[in-house]
Write a protein of this length. Structure first.
Length: 302
């Protein structure tokens, strides 16, 4: 597998404030990484370093084996900064054409590329519109289109769906998901649900330090099921399910939501047994999902 990003001992301070401390991580080809953390955790700072806008105080960062911002990465790495803006005086099409030309495309090829990326984000009709005449969501989609110009192999997206309505946010997620077969992504977002859908690696920043998680629910013999009940029958359900073979623990993580931990080797059909137990007792459920949710993995002690 090819290493796309290699980050070793990266630290950054602004004045006396240590914003990033000794970050170590790698991103392999085909991985989609989520960059998350509370406000002020250092996500944008790390993004700026990966994009080559900011040189870290110490440590090494390599993208495809080259320093961020180096000429060898031209056309290979694309970024959508959080505050990406189009010039309100020119049409979206003109500006995307211009970015295509900057990538070395002929005028004709740049126009064709503009059409392709506008179609990807559902803005073909808005090609002639000036940025100032577009809604916030359309401007955001146009900025995402810009990141797709050419054939980048790594795309860094800072809050790609912030401010988009649910339908457009879903379309952008589907687009990223479709492209992730060929392109590696680092996506910063505050939307845990979104990241859970898209990402197979989590870079969780807290107070400048990094905690990495593999967003895989099949990595151990100790497995989890999250059960969401229709009504709050948690106590009775817990008692009944505790008798099933293979149960390790059952925890009420929220009202009407139970996290079941079980030994998969002892009971391969545990999910089926849970459903049969619920049906036999007339308990209705809303959802039964394999694994812990990403939110549970990151923010709870269970
Ligand atoms: N150029 C700068 N000069 C001084 N301090 C800075 C600078 N850039 C960022 N900081 C500080 O570094 C810390 C991390 O900021 P950063 O923008 O990277 O966080 P973030 O995780 O992206 O936050 P948010 O989720 O709110 O966007 C903050 O305390 C911020 O005030």
């Amino acid at each position: 597998m090819n290493t796309i990003i290699q980050c070793q001992g990266v630290s950054q301070a602004f004045g006396s404030k240590k914003v990033l401390q000794q970050l170590d991580f790698t991103l392999q080809q085909g991985e989609v990484a989520a960059l998350i953390g509370p406000n002020g955790a250092g996500k944008t700072t790390l993004f700026s370093i990966l994009c080559g806008y900011l040189k870290p105080d110490s440590g090494n960062v390599l993208l495809f084996g080259h320093k961020p911002g180096s000429a060898a990465l031209f056309g290979k790495v694309a970024a959508l900064p959080q505050d990406a803006q189009f010039d309100p005086a020119f049409s979206i099409g003109e500006q995307l054409d211009f970015y295509g030309r900057l990538q070395g495309l002929s005028s004709k090829a740049a126009r064709a590329e503009t059409e392709r990326v506008l179609a990807l984000v559902g803005l073909s009709e808005q090609r002639q519109h000036k940025a100032g005449a577009l809604s916030h969501g359309m401007r955001k989609r146009a900025a995402i289109a810009q990141a797709f110009i050419g054939a980048p192999q790594l795309i860094l997206l800072d809050e790609p769906t912030a401010g988009l309505d649910p339908v457009n946010a879903l379309q952008i997620r589907q687009l990223i998901s479709r492209l992730s077969a060929e392109v590696s992504f680092v996506i910063s977002s505050h939307n845990i649900f979104e990241l859970e859908q898209l990402c197979n690696k989590v870079l969780y920043l807290e107070q400048g330090r990094l905690k990495t998680e593999t967003n895989s629910n099949a990595d151990s013999q100790q497995q989890y099921l999250t059960l969401q009940l229709e009504q709050d029958d948690s106590a009775a359900v817990t008692q009944a399910l505790s008798a099933l073979p293979g149960v390790i623990s059952i925890e009420a993580v929220q009202q009407k939501t139970l996290l079941l931990c079980y030994q998969a080797q002892q009971n391969a059909d545990f999910d089926l047994a849970v459903l049969q137990c619920l049906a036999a007792n007339g308990w209705r459920y809303r959802n039964l999902t394999k694994g812990k949710t990403l939110e549970q993995k990151l923010f709870s002690s269970v």
